[in-house]
Design a protein around this ligand. Structure first.
Ligand code: SF4
Length: 242
């Protein structure tokens, strides 16, 4: 079964606790959500083409038609691997929409999955092949869905599934309008699974900044129930990386 992929390239992870780690990124197309802050809106729908980096880290691309089959993708990942590269980052869009394809992907490298965590049944299918799971929790103010309660329930179930077998962390985008009240269900939900799961507050990258005071207050609020709370911005944007 082939897959619709938007781009394949080698870069430096810019988010979360693995910031600075070199990865081959495979960005899948399609997403069931519509977050107001989305920085990859071009990946929400199928475009019919994929840009592929010519050499690792060059930022120089050529374009091929999609879908791509598993052997093509595995071959491209191998071509873009380099001595300091450590993981294959499956990202999007929403990679779990492509769980059937991912399950058949034969690659010898550790898989780092970046997911909005909305599909627990697909997480269950893939959990044994995921080394690191970066799971989002959306907040009501993200405007990601009309069924927020259901999304949150699914996200927490997905986190619980990956936490059994993978190194798992949670990422929450903080907007200027985020409050303790809007963040509270995410904190309580993660605390009920495992208080040790790293919980990353990522201030949104936009012209409207989240104040350092707000970030500090939200960290302390989360820190009352969780043991590993961090604030990490999008560093790849600072470095002008992909
Ligand atoms: S889940 Fe990710 S890709 Fe999907 S709309 Fe939200 S930010 Fe964009």
């Amino acid at each position: 079964m082939p897959a619709y992929i938007n781009e394949i390239f080698n870069s430096i992870q810019g988010e979360g606790p693995y910031v600075g780690v070199r990865q081959v990124f495979v960005r899948f197309e399609g997403c069931q959500l519509h977050c107001g802050y989305c920085d990859t809106p071009q990946t929400r729908n199928v475009s019919g083409s994929c840009r592929i980096e010519k050499t690792p880290g060059s930022g120089d691309f050529y374009t091929v038609k999609t879908p791509l089959d598993r052997d093509e993708v595995a071959g491209l990942i191998r071509q873009l691997w380099s001595p300091s590269t450590r993981h294959v980052s499956l990202t999007g869009g929403e990679p779990l929409l492509h769980s059937d394809f991912i399950r058949t992907l034969e690659i010898e490298y550790p898989v780092y999955l970046e997911t909005n965590a909305g599909f627990p049944e697909k997480a269950r299918e893939l959990k044994d092949m995921v080394a690191i799971a970066s799971c989002d929790i959306k907040l009501p103010e993200h405007d990601s869905t009309d069924q927020y309660a259901e999304l949150l329930k699914n996200e927490l179930e997905t986190i619980s599934i990956f936490n059994e077998t993978s190194s798992t962390f949670v990422k929450v985008i903080i907007l200027p309008e985020t409050t303790k009240q809007s963040l509270s269900p995410a904190i309580d939900g993660v605390a009920s699974i495992d208080r040790n799961i790293p919980f990353v507050l990522q201030p949104v990258t936009s012209s409207t900044r989240v104040s350092s005071l707000k970030l500090a207050e939200l960290m302390d609020f989360a820190g009352e129930k969780l043991k590993d709370v961090r604030a990490i911005p999008q560093t790849h944007k600072m470095m002008n990386l992909l």
